[in-house]
Design a protein around this ligand. Sequence first.
Ligand code: SF4
Length: 302
Amino acid sequence: MDERQRHIRALAGEKRALILAHFYQTMDIQEVADVVGDSFELARQARQATHPLIVLCGVRFMAESAKLLNPDKTVLLPAPDAGCPMADMVTPDDVTALRAKHPDAAFLCYVNSSAAVKAACDVCCTSSSAVRVARALPHREIVFLPDQNLGHFVAAQVPEKRFHLYDGYCIVHHLVRAEDVRAARRAHPECLVLVHPECPPAVVALADFAGSTAEILRYVERREADGFLIGTEVGVVERLRATAPDKRVFLLKPSLLCRNMKKTTLADLAHALETGREAVEIDAALAQSARRTLDRMIALSL
Ligand code: SF4
């Protein structure tokens, strides 16, 4: 740890703060965090936190989820303009319009959505819990939003239910093409290809494994292979190089970088801890409805 990182750890101790960081954060942020995880793990950690202060190094919907799950705590988002373009693709009005079209369906929203959209839905999921949640729902019909690609991935594994998919997408994963997988395999024929289910179905179909960031990390750590081509955000490759230096890992495509996830800097984190800014606030009535969808996800995933 360098001096700035030691300063942050000292501040975290002084303020009794729990620092949570997503796997897509830069390595200097991951190194100072108490917990590094995917959306599901960060939500779980936020829910059980006993610290008075939670600092979420990620994007806004993650900080909102932490606040929803543990409303008595102060939750800070050190980079307040770090949003998720996919989450912004759907609004509560869109959900209302879809409810009129599909009155018997359960509304399953990806955690990458605003608190207002969660409040308008029935249950939430992360990429690691989506299949389990969809199977566990009593409904035979499901509207899945906002990610069309994760929706395809879930629908393929839960064929007994009828899915209606919203047309949102992740601006990073959606740009991976089947041709990118073929080109990467030509360059590294010895490697296994692992992709995130936010990639299009044609990409998932060509991969050796598709799973959440945490599942990809576990797969590489446990599996012997001559190399791995990673089709998700570059932060996962950087983490693997730090935690599993004996493994050969390559990024499937150079553009796999989420600019929003890279907005948090050590200076932002120190500033948040020093000043208590930016605290996430959610309207109480809306928070109650949105919390229900997250609690239901956790109950159905256990
Ligand atoms: S990687 Fe995609 S889904 Fe995740 S925060 Fe960035 S834009 Fe949103």
